[in-house]
Design a protein around this ligand. Structure first.
Ligand code: NAI
Length: 469
């Protein structure tokens, strides 16, 4: 990496603490460490200039150092204003990585930092741009794509919320300062790998409009990502966040999880394991049936507001908990969101009530009738806002997919159309295989006769693409 003093972090003195925790995380991230072993000398990412936007945590630090070990250069920002672990950011800055991430940064800073991660010209050569994007939620991709569209004379729609106001302000400032640069960036980028459900949804929408200018790999829908990170990750990190934020006794409480997709399944299990009685809301009959048959009561949000003590949104949708719902909730009900954006809960409906910050990430909001709510992480994703996100082990599986996706797009971009792809199944199985030894798993080997009988190669892939796990 280019030596740099170019960074925006909380405190460089936290670097050693970050470094120590990175060392612990490495022992729990066998997939990433195996990729370092496998590709460390071949350096398939040599020449890659990756603009990365993904929660700046300890686990992400191990991802960043893996990408660098494989030859890449990176510029990095977090993808949520509350998710940065300042010691992780400090450790990255300390080793010369341009990183722009501070826990609790303003929305204005957030979008300015997205500009900074695209600004490869700041390293000296005015013609230098990113040639890869690694994204979580799609903000970085949107910034570049909208930049190019602005430069082509297109008007942006009028902003719908504070987020969009700041995004458009930062983008217009960037385009004014460096005319044509984002157009050049978009032309140079070989591809984007996208981490999460919400970002993937945005990519498919753009691809459908025929406006995707480079190929994308949907990392989320690797089985070893969404069926592990979204599920087992939330199973640990949701309750961790609620406990750290509130110290509430979970056992015996009534909780409501909105959405029973992968994140909702993990979240509902997390609360049930904590001793809570859990209700679920769903719009999809298949997921509603799954919830019911997993033993959860499936209700409407109106019904839940009468009975629940704890509310968690996990839909990736908007307006799932409305101002009206919050008016009806019990005194001291806990309200939080584990989906990607803060649009799931209508936090703005609480603007005129009395807010008291109990501590960072925990606000007591008192309604005109005197009843209060505990709002966590101001409605932004609670496990990263009020705790430290998922544990390293499960992030290793996600980030092994991310790294493989970056290698694939950087080295074989020409083999892909400007569309959204998932990694092939043999790589998905490889990611899982890299995580077995750490858990002492003994895998059974198919005999050739057995393989022939079930119609798969003895070395895998073991399932057809339509298999759902
Ligand atoms: P998913 O698509 O598997 O599940 C979402 C579920 O919500 C679906 O079953 C859908 O039918 C349901 N839903 C949609 N609108 C609803 C409504 N109005 N009321 C009730 N249910 C509704 O998506 P997944 O993978 O579970 O992700 C959910 C969100 O969590 C996304 O924004 C994703 O980006 C984010 N995510 C967050 C993580 C974290 O660590 N906090 C980790 C992984 C994903």
């Amino acid at each position: 990496a280019t030596p740099t003093t170019e960074y925006k972090i909380k405190d460089i003195a936290l670097a050693q603490y970050g470094r120590d925790e990175i060392a612990i995380a490495e022992t729990e991230m066998p997939g990433l460490m195996a990729l370092r072993e496998e590709y460390g000398s071949a350096k398939p990412l040599k020449g890659a200039r990756i603009t990365g936007s993904l929660h700046m945590t300890i686990q992400t630090a191990v991802l960043i150092e893996t990408l660098i070990e494989l030859g890449a250069e990176v510029r990095w920002a977090t993808c949520n204003i509350f998710s940065t672990q300042d010691h992780a950011a400090a450790a990255m800055a300390d080793r010369g990585i341009p990183v722009f991430a501070i826990k609790g940064e303003s929305l204005a800073d957030y979008w300015d930092y997205v500009g900074r991660i695209f600004d490869w010209a700041s390293e000296g050569d005015p013609d230098l741009t990113a040639n890869m994007i690694l994204d979580d939620g799609g903000d970085a991709t949107m910034f570049a794509l909208w930049g190019a569209r602005l430069e082509a004379g297109e008007e942006m729609p009028s902003p719908a919320n504070a987020e969009e106001i700041e995004m458009q302000r930062a983008l217009k400032a960037f385009v004014k300062a460096k005319p044509g640069y984002l157009t050049k960036t978009v032309k140079t980028v070989k591809g984007v790998s996208e981490e999460t459900t919400t970002g993937v949804m945005r990519l498919y929408q753009i691809a459908k409009q025929g406006k995707l200018p480079f190929p994308a790999i949907n990392v989320n829908d690797s089985v070893t990502k969404s069926k592990f990170d979204n599920l087992y990750g939330c199973k640990e990190s949701l309750v961790d966040a609620i406990r750290r934020a509130t110290d509430v006794m979970l056992a015996g409480k009534v909780a409501c999880v909105a959405g029973y997709g992968d994140v909702g399944k993990g979240s509902a299990a997390s609360l049930r394991d904590g001793g809570a009685r859990v209700m679920v809301t769903e719009i999809d009959p298949i997921c509603a049936l799954q919830a019911a048959m997993d033993g959860f009561e499936v209700v409407s949000m109106e019904e839940a507001t009468k009975r629940a003590d704890i509310f968690v949104t996990a839909t990736g949708n908007e307006d799932v908990i409305t101002g009206e719902h919050m008016k009806a909730m019990k005194h001291m009900a806990i309200v939080c969101n584990i989906g990607h954006f803060d649009s799931e809960i209508q936090i703005s409906a609480l603007d005129n009530y009395e807010w008291k910050e109990i501590k960072e990430g925990t606000d007591m909001v008192t309604k005109p009738d005197g009843k209060s709510l505990l709002v966590l992480a101001k409605g932004r994703l609670v496990n990263l806002g009020c705790a430290t996100g998922h544990p390293s082990f499960v992030m290793s599986a996600s980030f092994t997919n991310q790294t493989l996706a970056q290698i694939e797009l950087f080295t074989k971009s020409d083999e892909y159309e400007n569309d959204v792809y998932v990694l092939p199944k043999h790589l998905d199985e490889k990611v899982a295989a890299l995580h077995l030894e750490k858990l002492g798993v003994e895998l059974t080997k198919l005999s050739q006769k057995q393989a022939d009988y079930i119609g798969v190669p003895a070395e895998g892939p073991f399932k057809p693409d339509h298999y759902r796990y």
